[in-house]
Design a protein around this ligand. Structure first.
Ligand code: MF3
Ligand code: CO
Length: 258
């Protein structure tokens, strides 16, 4: 069942995703060599609560933290830990969720720790661009497959691996609603996009093989070849004339500019 949202509901989703964007900006300001992912998680939880929301991930199917923080070969769902210390050259996917006023926010951004290699910089840029190109397809009358195929085609042009095991999703009163939004597929296939649908588009792109494994902790997903992965996520409302992006990366990029 795909829930179509009213304009009022979309504004509540926007409020949540704006708070997620601000939280990611706050986390971004603290990303530097020597910081632990646990410290970033603590900071995010405090920030979210001080803005009248609760962390949507905490307790979700037993998940033990407010953020997913996935470093280098960790693709998504990395559990913050006081043993994971960021170092120069790492890339870090930070995925954040909020819940307030009956709705959920869910967005992610991949940060560089200091200077990263040219190769890694390109992986980040291409993954973000794949998100932007996929998002441009989020228009009433298109199909989910138009988003999926666009993301896949762009990422594969660079020889990257597109993760198959995880996908984007509908977003609303629940974090995961229908439809699923895969990052691979065929144009013209899949559920029809309608005015008022809200979806999360979240490419997970690997520098090497698309193949991933699930770590022993029951959550962390990593690349099989241990090459790095990047991950960005937008919440998007589908409109007649095109996408209405509810996440604001400009806040994050302003915060980490130096
Ligand atoms: N943002 C993730 C997603 O889109 C959700 C994190 S899973 C959780 O699927 F368990 F940490 F909440
Ligand atoms: Co998501």
């Amino acid at each position: 069942m795909i829930y179509l949202k009213t304009n009022e509901e979309i504004e509540l989703l926007r409020e949540n995703n704006l708070l997620v964007s601000k939280t990611l900006a706050e986390v971004g300001r603290h990303i530097r060599p020597g910081v632990t992912t646990k410290e970033l998680d603590r900071l995010a939880e405090e920030f979210i609560r001080s803005h009248g929301a609760v962390p949507a991930f905490l307790g979700y199917q037993g998940y033990p933290a407010s953020l997913c923080i996935s470093v280098n070969e960790h693709v998504v769902h990395g559990i913050p830990s006081d043993k994971i210390v960021l170092k120069e050259g790492d890339i870090v996917s930070v995925d954040c969720g909020t819940f307030m006023k009956g709705f959920v926010g869910d967005s992610a951004y991949t940060f560089a720790v200091g200077e990263v290699s040219e190769e890694v910089r390109q992986l980040m840029e291409v993954t973000k661009e794949a998100l932007y190109k996929g998002t441009a397809q989020a228009k009433a009358g298109n199909r989910v497959g138009d988003i999926s195929a666009t993301v896949q085609e762009y990422a594969e042009k660079f020889g990257y691996g597109v993760v198959r095991e995880l996908e984007g999703h509908g977003l609303g009163r629940k974090m995961h609603e229908a439809p699923g939004v895969p990052n691979y597929g065929a144009k013209g296939r899949g559920p029809l996009l309608k005015e008022g649908m809200v979806i999360c588009i979240e490419p997970m792109i690997n520098m090497g093989t698309k193949s991933v494994v699930f770590e022993e902790d029951g959550w962390t997903v990593r690349t099989r070849d241990r090459k790095p992965a990047a991950h960005y996520e937008f919440a998007v409302a589908v409109r007649k004339n095109g996408p209405d992006v509810l996440t604001d990366f400009s806040i994050i990029e302003q915060a980490i500019k130096h």
